[in-house]
Design a protein around this ligand. Structure first.
Ligand SMILES: [Ca+2]
Ligand SMILES: [Ca+2]
Length: 428
């Protein structure tokens, strides 16, 4: 059950979610997603996690009716009595609705290619459980991302790095089968496209995706929805041959200019870049051409307890407005950071959105555990959970080495600190 502890740095409450006894496999936090929606007219938000491939997953309560209600689990699946198909739980997504059912968590099967969807708000005549067709034999769903709001583009995107011709990326329209996106204009720079995916919203009819494979290319594309059909346009290709480049991605408007920006980190590896590059949407070349980053973020922690050497800074990324100022903020994981001389404890950093992308590192806050665990891997995964107010997200952080996930209720940014948010931020 969740417990609260005091984050010593921010003097704010943080909720720790421990693995429930009925989940038999240790290491929750290897997959992580946040979502929310209405159940019987009441807004509920959730964080869902698993210990990775072929393990059970569990969804925890975060918010109900505008208040933090972190007690108890909301839903689980892949238990002994309700098996999920082989290849499930390597990735998780969640969305506000599937057809007439609401507040749904879903996992793709990387073996069979289907998506199993379980909803909590169940319409009359529905079981609340649905299966959507994906793609078999393509490692469908090795990466996935939830569409952050109700949008005609669909509920989620799934990478399929084993698809013929160098990998593929699919969208999942509401209530329908997954559909491959045409990213052929970005082909090149290696294969396995779909090892990492991110999705954001441009406007009411258009979404934007960033996708990466094993060759060091990130393809950024917009997708216009009209009458149920999607027209995709590659607006930029970001290339770097460094190991794992692009295997962490986030997209959002970090500077509030109306154009969706792209943050690019790297997966683990000896030759990885210990940095995150941020590309301004307004500077997108409009085709598969080179794109100069607006700024490059590094692990320059001012927290004396966090040692960034070999931290895998940028191995995970998520975007969301944590301080409700209208600008998306960027959260960067550094899962192998040394914290208070504890090796591999891990940390995450919140970079406040700013009117100029070059100012993204003006206000940076550190998220870490006050009693760090050796190889806790805090920050291996990140998720944005719809928050207590509709215009705010809470930061969820996976720590699979500690077999826990955390929700940091206050990041310490202006507008998201104990002084400004009120009782929910205070130590209990
Ligand atoms: Ca922007
Ligand atoms: Ca913000």
């Amino acid at each position: 059950m969740p417990t609260e502890f005091e984050d010593l740095r921010q003097e704010a409450s943080t909720v720790a979610y421990e693995r429930p006894d009925e989940l038999s496999v240790a290491g929750i936090g290897r997959a992580l997603a946040g979502y929310g929606g209405a159940i019987d007219g009441v807004r509920n938000t959730r964080v869902v996690t698993s210990a990775g491939l072929d393990t059970p997953y569990v969804a925890y309560n975060v918010v109900r009716a505008g208040e933090l209600r972190t007690e108890g689990t909301a839903a689980d699946a892949c238990t002994a009595s309700r098996a999920c198909p082989p290849g499930a739980s390597v990735s998780l997504v969640g969305f506000p609705a599937w057809g007439a059912d609401t507040v749904c968590a879903a996992t793709p099967s990387t073996v069979g290619g289907e998506v199993t969807i379980r909803c909590e708000g169940v319409a009359e005549g529905s079981s609340g459980v649905h299966v959507a067709i994906g793609a078999a034999g393509e490692r469908f769903g090795e990466a996935a991302a939830s569409v952050p709001v109700d949008h005609p583009f669909g509920r989620a995107v799934f990478g399929a790095p084993g698809a013929a011709g160098g990998g593929a990326v699919y969208r999942l329209p509401d209530g329908a089968a997954a559909e491959a996106l045409d990213l052929s204009a970005g082909a090149g720079m290696g294969g396995e496209m779909g090892l990492a995916v991110a999705v954001g919203v441009v406007d009411a009819d258009t979404a934007l995706t960033a996708s990466a494979g094993s060759g060091g290319r990130v393809i950024v594309a917009t997708h216009d929805v009209a009458g149920g059909a999607v027209t995709s346009t590659v607006i930029g290709c970001i290339d770097d041959a460094a190991e794992g480049f692009g295997l962490a991605l986030a997209v959002a408007d970090f500077d509030g200019d109306g154009a969706v920006d792209v943050a690019v980190g790297s997966g683990p590896g000896a030759g990885r870049l210990e940095e995150v590059r941020v590309y301004g949407g307004a500077d997108a070349p409009g085709s598969c051409a080179a794109w100069t980053p607006a700024t490059t973020l590094t692990c320059a922690s001012d927290d004396p307890l966090v040692d960034c050497a070999g931290a895998e800074f940028g191995a995970s990324l998520v975007a969301g407005d944590v301080n409700a100022d209208g600008l998306a903020d960027l959260v960067v994981g550094a899962p192998t950071a040394t914290v208070d001389d504890v090796a591999g404890a891990g940390a995450a950093f919140v970079f406040a959105g700013a009117a100029r992308l070059t100012d993204l590192d003006d206000d940076v806050r550190t998220l870490r555990h006050p009693a760090p665990a050796t190889n806790g891997d805090l920050g291996r995964t990140l998720a944005a959970v719809p928050g207590a107010e509709a215009d705010r997200v809470e930061v969820a952080v996976g720590a699979p080495g500690a077999d826990r996930i955390y929700v940091f209720l206050c990041t310490g940014l202006d507008g998201d600190s104990p002084a400004t948010v009120g009782p929910r931020c205070q130590p209990q």
